[in-house]
Design a protein around this ligand. Structure first.
Ligand SMILES: Cc1cc2nc3c(=O)[nH]c(=O)nc-3n(C[C@H](O)[C@H](O)[C@H](O)COP(=O)(O)OP(=O)(O)OC[C@H]3O[C@@H](n4cnc5c(N)ncnc54)[C@H](O)[C@@H]3O)c2cc1C
Length: 460
């Protein structure tokens, strides 16, 4: 092909734009002749697209997959556990995720989620039809909690209050007849349950300080008092209520016993008011329950509960679950942050290119990985019957703290967008605050571990 005078002129203009110094350097790295030959064979459209991408500094590159399970803890799961994990992941991503932000902002829990959980038979992995715990119940609870919290902590809490705390109370405290009656209804979510321990004036000090009372009158118990923060209580069919017993003689003195009751919310004397104005876990409906001479028959009293020590057994059963919530919450926030770092452009490149951003991501990933591996070991110990209070408390303290740090970094990495609901990290950031305070505050769980390792009780 011969070049005419016009093309020669154009080539001349183009050559003036060349930086020959840079070209010389480049030629040491690539075969420029070969590159030009390849380029000359490209059609005009492809050439134009490549030029555009090069100008914008956006040469497409295969980026590593976003994966919050860096040490592949899923590879330690049995095929059944893996399938369970994937079922929940699909459910959370496809059915729950689209509902979260609207419900969160309206302080409502979408009740239909319980129907979906029933259809998926999630509780069957934890309790048998006879109401016994399955051999790997703690691992299954951990997987469910992590997967739910990875997308939304409120969903994990709504599920956990029913399947963990309330079912745990019936499992630990119920007689054989009570278990036979209630566990199947709870297992298939025909009956939705809540767990009422905390009171307006008594939180950390419930062990010795419950003010809600129960008094026996023949075959009936009369309950009086208030319970605060009770998740699911605005729509539950039953609430497990913990109360101190007053003697049946005329003195009505405290006899030191703590009793548990399965209170049906349709009972006269039971009322509940939804707690509004929360800044965390807004999709969970927490209630302030008032019991005014609320009558409950003896067959609704948990027959194997005599003291707060029995309540502590229930709390021990579920405390590992709160640690898993921290792991899942931080995992979700980390994955969102990593994706954002790969996409968000500043100074002409994705912010994931910056060293300070990578430092935040690595800190988050270290936290998430440490939490996952700690929780996994804890749940194995629980299933093996080797978990003591201090083991669960250490995981709760550690995971709540590391979760709080991780979600704050994820929020920060999003800049201004980090406070917008649509980017999801703000919700994780707020929810971590509740994880930090419930099921034993950071201080209470620290004191449990402190006592176990030093031999000295620092409780006051
Ligand atoms: C979103 C959410 C959901 C909840 N769901 C339920 C539920 O379903 N059922 C239920 O029964 N409860 C529920 N709770 C209540 C929760 O368990 C309590 O909030 C928790 O036990 C702490 O009690 P408190 O809020 O009264 O804090 P307080 O006990 O008043 O503690 C205030 C601060 O004092 C510290 N403190 C207290 N005593 C000591 C001490 N001896 N030494 C050092 N520090 C101390 C605490 O650690 C904390 O930092 C929920 C709470 C929240 C936020």
């Amino acid at each position: 092909m011969s070049i005419g005078p016009k093309q020669m002129l154009e080539l001349g203009k183009l050559a003036k734009q060349f930086d020959f110094g840079k070209l010389a350097k480049l030629s040491q790295k690539v075969d420029l002749g070969e590159l030009m030959e390849v380029a000359s064979n490209l059609d005009a459209a492809t050439l134009k697209t490549m030029m555009k991408m090069a100008k914008a500094g956006k040469v497409e590159k295969d980026l590593p997959e976003v994966n919050g399970d860096f040490y592949d803890i899923a590879s330690t799961f049995t095929p059944e556990q893996r399938e369970f994990q994937m079922t929940i992941r699909k459910f959370m991503e496809e059915e729950v995720k689209p509902l979260i932000n609207e419900n969160y902002q309206n302080d409502t829990f979408p009740r239909e989620l319980f129907d979906k959980i029933r259809d998926l038979k999630l509780i069957d992995a934890v309790y048998t039809p006879e109401g016994e715990r399955t051999a790997d119940a703690a691992i299954m609870e951990g997987i469910a909690t992590m997967e739910m919290s990875r997308i939304d902590v409120s969903t994990a809490v709504g599920f956990g209050v029913h399947a963990g705390l309330a079912m745990g109370a019936v499992y630990v405290g119920g007689s054989e007849e009570q278990k036979a009656h209630w566990m199947p209804k709870l297992r298939n979510l025909e009956t939705i349950a809540a767990f009422g321990l905390t009171e307006p004036k008594v939180g950390s000090g419930t062990a010795g300080g419950l003010t809600t009372t129960c008094r026996r009158e023949g075959n009936t118990w009369v309950l009086n008092g208030q319970k605060k923060w009770i998740g699911n209580s605005t729509f539950a069919d039953v609430v497990i209520i913990w109360a101190r017993e007053k003697t049946i003689d005329k003195t009505h003195e405290d006899n030191g016993k703590v009793r548990g009751f399965i209170v049906e919310t349709k009972n006269i004397g039971y009322s509940v008011e939804k707690i509004m104005g929360k800044t965390a876990m807004r999709m969970v409906e927490n209630g302030l329950i008032t019991l005014t001479d609320c009558k409950v028959t003896e067959d609704h009293r948990l027959q194997n509960i005599e003291s707060f020590k029995d309540v502590a057994v229930v709390l021990r059963l579920t405390r590992a679950g709160v640690a898993w919530q921290g792991a899942g919450c931080a995992m979700g926030a980390y994955e969102i942050a990593l994706k954002y770092a790969q996409e968000r452009q500043q100074f002409g490149r994705a912010i994931g290119n910056f060293q300070l951003i990578q430092d935040k991501l690595v800190t988050m990933l270290g936290n998430v990985t440490a939490m996952q591996t700690m929780c996994l070991r804890l749940s194995h110990m629980q299933d093996e019957g080797k978990m003591a209070d201090e083991h669960a408390s250490l995981a709760k303290v550690y995971c709540a703290k590391r979760c709080r740090e991780s979600v704050a970094l994820a929020r920060d990495l999003h800049g201004g967008n980090g406070i917008l609901m649509e980017y999801d990290v703000a919700r994780f950031f707020n929810d971590a605050e509740a994880i930090y305070s419930y099921e034993g505050t950071n201080e209470m769980n620290t004191l449990v571990v402190g006592k176990a390792i030093t031999g000295f009780s620092a409780f006051v």
